[in-house]
Design a protein around this ligand. Structure first.
Ligand SMILES: [Zn+2]
Ligand SMILES: [Zn+2]
Length: 252
């Protein structure tokens, strides 16, 4: 499989060394408890240890699963993915959308707290760098211009640029656009969600044969990422994978 090979340039090595050195000069504070983090990441080791990692989870869509009674915790596929396999190959979601991750994500998304965004992106990167083959292009889930205007920025776009720069993978945040203003999808019945998303997105360039990573901040119902992956695969993408910060557990 042809994918993006990981090479480290001198610039990347230097910037990594500078980054490592800078925290001695400008010690960072933990974004959760405000204590001195004492490391390059603004998250102390104590708070990191308490984060809810998304394990076990569906190996395809990363839906959080219950560990009780399951011995095959690393190779579980949820019923939804078995019954209706999605157009993406897998979803990487290192964390569960629960306290305190929801607090960090909301600060990043709704209050433009980029120190939080950086910590979250670095946690996602830890997971991504263990992948053997990385995609050759990063795309982000687009926001409708009205929502982007009121929020001031697109959090998925910001994440894409951050990850693209750290992994040396090209990013195209204009390739996908949202032409339909859709209400928040959470809490709506599946049928309604799918109806809202019909024709909501547009592809603005050729992606034939490409291995793509589609980035979003949180995958909730999975309808948006499923719809976009389908659009990309239909247009000839060789492979689509989803990268997100966190995955929401099923609503009770
Ligand atoms: Zn802390
Ligand atoms: Zn699944």
């Amino acid at each position: 499989m042809i994918g993006h090979s990981r090479t480290t340039t001198l610039f990347q090595r230097c910037s990594a060394a500078l980054q490592r050195g800078s925290y001695y000069l400008f010690p960072g504070r933990c974004v959760l408890c405000s204590a001195l983090s004492k490391r390059p990441l603004d998250l102390c080791e104590g708070c990191e240890a308490e984060l809810h990692l998304n394990q076990p989870a569906c190996q395809c869509c990363a839906l959080p699963m219950n560990s009780t009674g399951s011995t095959l915790i690393n190779s579980v596929t949820c019923g939804k993915c078995i019954a209706n396999p999605p157009a993406f190959t897998h979803c990487i979601a290192p964390l569960r959308y629960e306290f305190p991750i929801n607090k960090l994500i909301n600060g990043f998304k709704h209050h433009a707290q980029f120190s939080r965004g950086t910590v979250l992106a670095e946690l996602l990167l830890c997971e991504l760098t263990s992948q053997e083959i990385l995609p050759e292009l990063i795309l982000s889930v687009p926001l409708h211009w009205r929502r982007q205007f009121t929020r001031g920025f697109n959090q998925a776009q910001w994440l894409s640029h951050y990850l693209g720069q750290r992994l040396a993978i090209p990013v195209d945040t204009r390739l996908l656009s949202r032409q339909k203003y859709t209400p928040a999808q959470q809490g709506l019945p599946r049928k309604q969600r799918l109806k809202n998303l019909k024709g909501a997105f547009r592809l603005n360039n050729d992606i034939k044969g490409k291995h793509i990573a589609l980035v979003d901040d949180v995958v909730t119902t999975g309808s948006t990422t499923a719809e976009l992956s389908q659009l990309l695969r239909k247009a000839g993408a060789k492979e689509v994978e989803i990268w997100c910060l966190a995955r929401t557990p099923l609503e009770k």
